[in-house]
Design a binder for this molecule. Structure first.
Ligand code: PEP
Ligand code: MG
Length: 876
């Protein structure tokens, strides 16, 4: 029989796949002799089994849970529902990868009227006992039975009003007893049955709820954002309770061994006396600093400091711990490698190397590449910032600068974002339901809550700027306004917030791009030392190219030449070219375009200082460029000496039913060879000029032909390129080398790669189109239906963002396998969006690509991801 349940004494840190992170670490802490309230872990496999069995816990698993309840009762000397010595437990989720706040937790389970009376009497603290019970009813109703929290909050508010008190802690035992009975009545009115009294029935309900929470919408979104597979499932931890809310000699806290925002070494965290864990995390009361605990609980604090050092040395990483002090005695409830900002991740990695705890490779491997994104986000323009006066200050909970219009609800954040607005979400506090709105916002500002509040933790995870706990704000959420520094702010007003300093500014402060320096530079240098793939950038303009160089790009992997025509004055010439009726008209338009192109290419070569520059020939899906506005049509008509009707007729003729599969890519060059000829001239003339100006560089343009599906197509276009280029080079009198390669972005190109490789100097996977064509999903339309695919679990990820290794990946592997033997000099890269996605980069390393190319801001992410892939799976 399979083992579905483990005591904490039966596991260890290496069992996180089976026991989840929390379970494995509770076991590990138990093994190293730390004070951990004992219990058991139900495995992640049991969760998977629960789903396989149609969301039921089968008899075999149930039997083992029963057995382990018995073992737990023996170990603790307490019994569920016992009149003398009742067992109370917490039931908490714990997946392999931590998903803070994403799944459900239930505390104080095992309580009923009898047990409350027992513990009230034993503790001599009836207020505590009834407080536990009302919390339990509230949590159980919310989490297990999905009766909204708000009904219970309303009852609490009514009770406080009736008693004339402001704080929960001012309610008496009698008030809380009354509340518990009101809560039970509320439960019955919503569910139709009595609130369960039998602790075992409560336990089974709670376990199911945790399994079920693996599939709740916010967990699904979190998994998609963090690359956590649905198939992993969550474990369930049943742990005997330690009480932080039994009186003033009790408390609970969350602490980190280093500052999760900056990475600075030293104990960092928060503590609340006479409270339970949820109070700290929910941000309902603003807690005190962990160091203040030293005065209140000197003994427990001393022990806690020791535990911190034991745990950090043991895991050789910054730890994030939850603990409780019950009557002055310390209990550890959890430890894990702490979530941290990108800035902190870099500092901690460097410090751990300097402290001799980690090797450079380990330091590189421990940084979440996706997180670096936050450092590459803009900061406030220092010149403007120097003159700005902060109007308020909260905690710098998640770094970065944000500027946008104020919104007050998560829904508004989404709606405004969809309408193209940048927004700052201002809330009293956030809760997990706000997650999609938080994602839509540039920044988040909360009135309540500390560094470990929901807003802070989630924002850090997302890399969104967050200022939390600005208590000076007088909030009026219902009327969508607040007052700060004597000024009333309304929805739509501009606000700027700094997630590093916690400063809040009235109005809009412009932002500037970030740079790589200090620890960031050091980690990047390690990454470059260990990676085996090149990293290039997709850059269409000289500004992008310079930016990407500064971020470490070693070449341009894709310059989309049609993107060089987005400027107002250029698009006119481009439209003349597309809408030309005759070859002569087209030649006239091309003559106008040539100098633009040549000038841009010269600047690209200059910016790249002799590194390779891949220039892709025109690939415009025509519908993106033909004029639709009356004024534009008129302008074009004037330029070409035609009537508006004539132009409209051309536009109509150009209309395509499936533009993404229409007259684009090299098909344009096949129909209009003069376009390829003009582009070749521009590429080669620019290269010749820059080569002459910089004899110290080797300017080596790579001309890339898009959307090839057939060898003869490539041969045809290549011949035009070679004839034109060779004539230009011969006339210049210098010896310029150039290459002609192709994108692999149509399945047929992959399937016939052995033929195509005979004509191509390089392959570059255009995985945007390759994904589109392999799935048969239009790139322009997939967004409309992919959500249903996530909801139904047909897909876990967007295949346009994360490379589909099973299908698209197979075509890539096949292309390499067919192409390299016929052309041993063939170099192979990727320039679809996937080139900047860490898991896709790892895959590219594994299948032997020479380089990845991605947008400038993702270059550091790709460098790090490539190094991590090489460290994990080095190439021979
Ligand atoms: C691609 O298809 O992956 C690609 C890089 O080209 P584009 O996105 O311009 O079609
Ligand atoms: Mg493409």
């Amino acid at each position: 029989m399979k083992k579905w349940v483990y005591l904490f004494t039966e596991g260890n840190a290496n069992m996180r796949e089976l026991l989840g992170g929390k379970g494995a670490n509770l076991a590990e802490m138990t093994n190293i002799g730390l004070p951990v309230p004992q219990g058991f872990t139900i495995t992640t496999e049991a969760c998977t089994q629960y789903y396989e069995d149609g969301r039921e816990i089968n008899d075999e698993i149930m039997g083992q849970i029963e057995e382990y309840v018995g073992k737990m009762e023996e170990i603790t000397g307490k019994k569920f529902g016992d009149k003398e010595n009742p067992l109370l437990v917490s039931v908490r989720s714990g997946a392999r990868a931590s998903m803070p706040g994403m799944m459900d937790t239930i505390l104080n389970l095992g309580l009923n009227e009898t047990v409350v009376n027992t513990i009230a009497e034993q503790s001599g603290n009836a207020r505590w006992a009834w407080d536990c019970y009302r919390r339990f009813i509230q949590m159980y109703s919310d989490v297990v039975m999905e009766v909204g929290k708000k009904y219970f909050e309303e009852l609490i508010d009514q009770m406080k009003a009736a008693k004339g008190v402001k704080q929960d802690v001012e309610l008496t035992a009698e008030d809380l007893r009354e509340l518990a009975s009101q809560f039970k009545a509320e439960y019955k009115s919503k569910i139709g049955t009595d609130f369960p009294d039998d602790p075992k029935a409560q336990l089974y309900g709670a376990i199911k709820a945790v399994f079920r929470s693996w599939d709740n919408p916010r967990a699904n979104v979190y998994r998609r954002d963090n690359d956590i597979p649905y198939s992993w499932g969550t474990a369930v931890n049943v742990q005997s309770m330690a009480f932080g809310n039994m009186g003033d000699d009790c408390g609970t806290g969350v602490a980190f061994t280093r500052d999760p925002a900056t990475g600075a070494k030293g104990l960092f965290g928060e503590f609340l006396t006479n409270a339970q864990g949820e109070d700290v995390v929910a941000g309902v009361r603003t807690p005190m600093k962990i160091t203040e605990m030293a005065d209140k609980f000197p003994e427990a604090f001393k022990q806690f400091v020791e535990v911190c050092s034991i745990l950090e040395n043991h895991y050789r990483d910054m730890q994030d711990m939850e603990f409780t002090v019950e009557h002055g005695k310390l209990y550890m409830l959890q430890t894990r490698n702490g979530k941290r900002t990108a800035q902190a991740a870099l500092k901690i990695a460097c410090d751990l190397v300097d402290e001799g705890m980690r090797t450079e490779q380990e330091a590189v491997a421990m940084i979440d590449a996706r997180n670096l994104d936050t450092l590459l986000h803009p900061q406030f323009d220092p010149a403007v910032l120097a003159k700005a006066q902060a109007i308020g200050k909260g905690l710098g909970a998640s770094p970065g600068a944000a500027c946008g219009k104020i919104v007050f609800t998560a829904e508004d954040a989404q709606t405004w974002k969809a309408a193209g607005e940048k927004v700052v979400l201002v809330r009293l506090e956030t809760s997990p339901e706000d997650i999609t709105g938080m994602k839509a916002a540039e920044g988040i500002l909360t009135v309540r809550g500390g560094m470990t509040s929901h807003a802070a933790v989630v924002a850090r995870g997302m890399g969104t700027c967050c200022v939390s706990g600005c208590g000076d704000i007088k909030m009026d959420e219902a009327n969508k306004r607040f007052t700060l520094a004597g000024k009333e702010f309304h929805e739509g007003d501009y606000l700027s917030i700094d997630g590093s300093t916690g400063n809040i500014y009235d109005g809009a402060i412009p932002t500037v791009p970030a740079t790589i320096a200090g620890e960031f530079g050091r980690v990047m240098a390690w990454a470059d030392k260990y990676r085996q793939m090149g990293v290039r950038t997709n850059a269409d303009t000289p500004t992008d190219a310079k930016n990407a160089r500064a971020l470490g790009a070693e070449g341009i992997g894709l310059c989309r030449t049609e993107h060089m025509f987005f400027d107002e004055d250029r698009i006119a010439a481009f439209r003349e070219m597309i809408c030309a009726d005759t070859a002569e008209e087209r030649e006239v338009a091309l003559e106008k375009i040539l100098p633009y192109q040549q000038g841009d290419f010269e600047q690209l070569y200059e910016a790249l200082e002799g590194c390779p520059v891949t220039i892709r020939f025109l690939d415009p899906p025509l519908h993106e460029f033909v004029p639709t506005e009356e004024a534009d049509i008129q302008k074009l008509a004037d330029a070409q000496g035609k009537t508006v009707e004539q132009i409209k007729a051309v536009v109509t003729a150009l209309h395509e039913v499936n533009p993404m599969m229409g007259h684009r890519g090299c098909r344009l060059a096949v129909t209009y060879p003069e376009i390829a000829r003009m582009q070749t001239k521009a590429v080669i003339r620019a290269a010749i000029n820059v080569q002459k100006a910089h004899p110290e560089w080797t300017v080596n343009p790579e001309i890339m032909i898009p959307l090839v599906c057939e060898i003869k197509e490539l041969k045809y276009v290549k011949q035009i390129v070679v004839e034109t280029a060779d004539a230009e080079i011969a006339a210049s009198g210098i010896d310029l080398k150039y290459q002609v390669g192709t994108m692999i972005e149509i399945p047929r190109a992959a399937l016939t790669a052995d033929e195509i490789a005979t004509e191509a100097d390089f392959f570059c996977f255009g995985t945007n189109d390759l994904t589109q064509m392999t799935f048969g999903f239009s790139r322009d339309d997939a967004g409309k239906f992919l959500n249903s695919y996530y909801d139904t679990k047909i897909f876990e990820n967007d295949p346009f963002a994360k490379l589909d290794q099973n299908g698209v990946g197979k075509l890539m592997e096949l292309s390499i396998k067919l192409g390299r033997p016929v052309n041993p000099r063939l170099h192979v890269g990727i320039c679809g969006e996937h080139g900047g996605d860490p898991t896709s980069v790892e895959y590219c390393h594994d299948i032997g690509l020479d380089y990845v190319s991605c947008s400038p801001y993702r270059v550091p992410i790709a460098r790090l991801a490539a190094a991590q892939a090489a460290i994990k799976n080095p190439r021979a």
